[in-house]
Write a protein that binds this ligand. Structure first.
Ligand code: MG
Length: 400
């Protein structure tokens, strides 16, 4: 109908004010949110055990809203702390949404310094998505396409907590994980492989590792067992390992070798699914890994891979190749929550890693305390990551 008539019609129908509103410019974006800039950085360094510290950056903003991330496990002496300072100086005064910009800025640093830099970037990135969610009033998973599931299945990595590292020790820790509610555990029973030693020394160490797998298999009953070979095998010994692992019905066999070519050959020969990719940074490295056919299951780590957005991109890449994603993550509770917010919306999510038994105060590092019920984490409805750092716990166990 002509404009005049239409206006009259709407008015007659009592819709005049609605029509007037519809003709106006779209509502302005929330200027307060659009103008929020990064103003401060605090770094919490928490002592866990001989396997390393947890490093939690907390970013402050001009809105008085803060966010946290996980930048743990960069190596001896936590070299990511210097990188956190450097990257904070880049983002200081810039908007909380400038994540792709920061990604481009830190690229040369990541190429030069590796994990120290990728951990630092990933930690800041998670904190920015925590802040974005808080300011928008939505859980962070809503910034990544919403959620497909309420709960996230976790498996218990018992490798970092088992002592002694023999068959009985691993079986006992697997039993504790089952008591805690997990129905899947992972161990790396070939750690300490004497790679410079004789063939018989290597064979003896491999046998001891297989004994550990057998003991855990028996302890787990019909629950799942995941084995991480930590790259300790060349192609020939790796193919031999496949045969030795076959009777155990593994959920997966992870990173038998460090060579992409060998991993691809092992994947082809394997009766069980293979998994890997935890150390890779960014979409490009993951694309090379996937196109090499290195694994059946891709394992990006939110602390190493470039953060939550990069994890989403990598998962999308895997989805395009028909691969499931099982994010790696012996992490602090903060890193697990950040990963879980992305996992909540991944069509190809399989299972998330949980570092079991490292400390008895783990759950108390965040507020509300971490809850993993029956091996599942729930992503809640609170804005952002939905957690705050429990500073009391962080200070009690702070690295001196
Ligand atoms: Mg691994």
């Amino acid at each position: 109908m002509p404009a005049m008539n239409r206006r009259r019609f709407l008015s007659a129908a009592g819709l005049g004010s609605l029509a007037a509103a519809a003709c106006q410019a779209p509502p302005a974006p929330d200027q307060a949110a659009a103008n929020v800039v990064v103003t401060g950085l605090e770094i919490f360094r928490v002592r866990v055990n001989q396997r390393g510290n947890w490093v939690i950056p907390r970013i402050q903003t001009s809105a008085g809203v803060s966010g946290i991330g996980d930048a743990s496990h960069a190596g001896e002496g936590d070299p990511q702390i210097a990188k956190l300072q450097d990257f904070f100086e880049l983002i200081q005064g810039r908007g909380i949404h400038d994540i792709e910009w920061l990604r481009g800025q830190v690229q040369p640093e990541i190429a030069k310094f590796g994990r120290a830099a990728s951990c630092a970037f990933s930690g800041i990135e998670q904190a920015l998505f925590d802040i974005q969610g808080k300011i928008a009033g939505v859980p962070s998973y809503q910034l990544f396409g919403g959620k497909l599931r309420e709960t996230i299945r976790n498996y218990a990595n018992i490798n970092r907590s088992t002592d002694p590292r023999d068959a009985a020790g691993f079986a006992a820790m697997a039993g504790r994980a089952v008591e805690f509610g997990f129905d899947a555990v992972k161990l790396a029973p070939f750690d300490g492989m004497p790679l410079g030693g004789s063939a018989s020394e290597i064979a003896a160490h491999t046998r001891q590792g297989v004994d550990c797998v057998r003991a855990v298999r028996e302890a787990m009953g019909d629950r799942e067992v995941l084995i991480d070979a930590h790259g300790n095998f060349d192609l020939e010994r790796g193919l031999g390992l496949l045969k030795q692992m076959e009777p155990f019905g593994l959920f997966w066999l992870e990173e038998v070798s460090e060579s992409l070519e060998h991993l691809a050959a092992i994947r082809k020969a394997a009766a069980m699914p293979t998994a890997g990719g935890e150390s890779l940074y960014g979409l490009k490295e993951n694309a090379e890994y996937v196109t090499a056919g290195a694994a059946d299951i891709l394992m990006p780590d939110v602390k190493y891979c470039g953060g939550m957005l990069e994890l989403k991109k990598i998962a999308a890449l895997a989805e395009g190749f028909g691969l499931p994603v099982a994010p790696h993550g012996p992490a602090s509770p903060v890193g697990n929550v950040a990963a879980a917010h992305v996992c909540a919306g991944l069509p190809n999510f399989q299972i998330l890693e949980f570092s079991f038994g490292e400390t008895d105060w783990r759950a108390e590092l965040i507020d509300p305390p971490e809850e993993v019920l029956g091996g599942y984490m729930r992503v809640g409805g609170r804005p952002g990551l939905g957690i705050e750092l429990n500073e009391k716990t962080a200070r009690r166990y702070a690295v001196d």
